[in-house]
Design a protein around this ligand. Sequence first.
Ligand SMILES: C[S@@+](CC[C@H](N)C(=O)[O-])C[C@H]1O[C@@H](n2cnc3c(N)ncnc32)[C@H](O)[C@@H]1O
Ligand code: SF4
Length: 381
Amino acid sequence: MEFKNISIYFHWPFCESKCPYCDFNSHVRKEINHRQWLLGYLINIENWKKKLPHSKIQSVYFGGGTPSLMNPRSISIILEKLYKNFLLSDDIEISLEANPSTVEKRKFKDFSSIGVNRISIGVQSFNDNDLKRLGRKHSANDAIKAIDIAKSSFYNVNFDLIYGRQFQNLSEWEKELEFALSLESQHLSLYQLTIEKGTAFKNLYNAGKLEGLPSQELSRRFFITTNKLCKKKNFNSYEISNFAKNKFECVHNLNYWRCGNFIGIGPGAHGRFEYKRSRFSYKNIMNPENWLEKSLTSKNPIQKLKEISRLEQFEELIMMGLRTSEGINLNNIEKKTDISLNMDKLDYLKKSKFVSLKNKNLHLLTKGKLVLNKIVNELLT
Ligand SMILES: C[S@@+](CC[C@H](N)C(=O)[O-])C[C@H]1O[C@@H](n2cnc3c(N)ncnc32)[C@H](O)[C@@H]1O
Ligand code: SF4
């Protein structure tokens, strides 16, 4: 297999503590053998290298968990291994997720000096009480400091905020977002709090103990205000929850939403790629210790490698593409999958101002973004 543009994701599955809202594959461990983990990643890169000779990497993403807990030296060795074994695009994007409580000035400088060129900080809130409710170990001040340090080491800084939090009102969010925008990062990920299955928040919610969540109407107003304030500061809403200054859209995530080719390495990491006009998906074993053990003993840590049917591809292209402001091109989707959308349904959605459809390009309007899942369901049934 040879790819002109491929993305590589590394999953680091550990955090200092588990946040009660988070359903990511992240775990707390007393001790982590960093050397063994490095070896695990290197073995997997070696295996992929054999399958993907002459492929060109456009982006690398260290996600988690909390990959800022990794040794900069490990990241440096991983990157060197990639440089030696793959072609690299001239403007390769190399991102790393960081938690404000694991930030030391030196570590950020080190990450930047070894080639990481985009940092993404999980701030979540600038309100200390809300940070406590979200189970975060850092304060608003720690987050502000982390952003400041990041800006001195990186040209491309993102931070994440969660809104629609318990007892949050609209004017508080407006002030918080205005403050966030004044910090002049290049990118913002702004997520509405979702209560995910298997989390501590879900248990509280089921027991009727998670109080103060926003009504549907307040959630709608949060979303509209978020978009309005970001637009005013020239942050382009290029995906439902992602906002970027011109040319700072995240290359790695855009590749996911465009259903490009990507390789995932690490516990629970997914991959998707095209081979001989077919598309394949796979997932790594979720459990960190099992994944590492398999990798180190030359057993395959990948489970569930399968060909994706045309219908599944069609569904993915719609589901992912409609998240973006560029949307989807119906001709391209038809060419790829031999399946077309129902024109009567599209006409209805267009007349009701949920979507825009011009020259076979389809994207959601604000009214549609508010009910993204309903629209996707409507189009796929
Ligand atoms: C893998 S975490 C990011 C990095 C790092 N582990 C941290 O928390 O600082 C990705 C992001 O997803 C968002 N997120 C996770 N669970 C969420 C939820 N239930 N609702 C809304 N946003 C969520 C958070 O903003 C978080 O920063
Ligand atoms: S939100 Fe981040 S720090 Fe918290 S548990 Fe999830 S991955 Fe770990």
